[in-house]
Design a protein around this ligand. Sequence first.
Ligand SMILES: [Zn+2]
Length: 65
Amino acid sequence: MTGMTPPVHLSDPYPDLDPEPVPGCDICRELVKQRAEARRLGEHGRAAMCTVELGQHSHPKEARK
Ligand SMILES: [Zn+2]
């Protein structure tokens, strides 16, 4: 058995800075979903983009309770 390749964390320039998604905001929910998927696929660039978008997202007023 050659075993599994361990996940590569060394080159990840983006540590765990996960902005909180705003409850009730569809965009936030989508971004979190996309980011999780990107991370699962090892696409750190895409995951980081989602994180940035999340952090900069101006949420609709109704969702901002
Ligand atoms: Zn939002």
